[in-house]
Write a protein that binds this ligand. Structure first.
Ligand SMILES: [Zn+2]
Length: 228
């Protein structure tokens, strides 16, 4: 009986210490009494690079250049957002081997909050068209859906939805992650749009909108959980 009482006391003390710790952290990171919005660390991954050219589009252009161009535009937009810190797995035509697993490792080491891999799709049938987003872990599904919703709207291509897929960049990353296949570079109509500045600007803005939507959703949930 005595042991049980001691155990209960121990639990109560632990809860008190934990709540004090959480409160202290909130105070120390905020500049005022208003609850601070934490800085979101986002990794933007331009698919392929260097000798890994990715898909070869209908026009003969390489996917690696499409992904880098969109990634740079996304980064430029996020840099205007004070609450989001952005990182790139590659900012030039560097080759990153799959075997190194560098992309997910980089995001994990940074302890990033979100990971977004940008790609252009390919298929033997040039009629196939559309935008889709892949994820792997359950904790990425909501994020993938937020991204897909905005990007599909921006491309105007067929909305192919979100799918769970065993891709190492989304599987090995510990944070919510999504791989976007913006459109099919093998579809001549899609591809001709995909190389335009206007299209890429729209897609980049939609990715940032997806991030913001997801963060707003998280904040709503946080208020429900942290009431002590
Ligand atoms: Zn790709």
């Amino acid at each position: 009986m005595k042991k049980q009482i001691l155990f209960v006391i121990l639990i109560i003390v632990s809860i008190c210490i934990l709540s004090a710790y959480v409160n202290t952290n909130e105070v120390s990171t905020g500049e005022s009494y208003k609850e601070p919005t934490p800085i979101l660390k986002v990794v933007i991954d331009a698919g392929h690079g260097g000798q890994d050219v990715g898909a070869i589009g209908d026009s003969g252009q390489y996917e690696k250049n499409f992904t880098l161009s969109v990634a740079k535009k996304v980064v430029n937009l996020i840099e205007q957002e004070p609450q989001i810190q952005v990182y790139m797995t590659r900012a030039d035509d560097s080759f990153i081997s799959q075997e190194s697993r560098y992309r997910p490792k980089y995001a994990n080491k940074l302890n990033a909050d979100l990971f977004i891999s940008i790609h252009g799709n390919t298929f033997s049938d040039s009629n196939v068209s559309g935008t889709e987003t892949f994820y792997y872990h359950e904790n990425s599904q909501t994020f993938a859906k937020a991204i897909q919703k905005h990007v599909a709207e921006a491309t105007g291509f067929k909305d192919r939805g979100t799918t769970k897929k065993d891709l190492f960049v989304v599987k090995d990353t510990k944070m919510p992650s999504a791989l976007i296949e913006v459109g099919y570079l093998t579809n001549p109509q899609d591809e001709s749009k995909m190389w335009t500045d206007d299209f890429q600007n729209r897609v980049s803005a939609s990715i940032v909108e997806g991030i913001k939507d997801y963060r707003a959703e998280l904040e709503k949930q946080d208020h429900g959980i942290w009431f002590f």
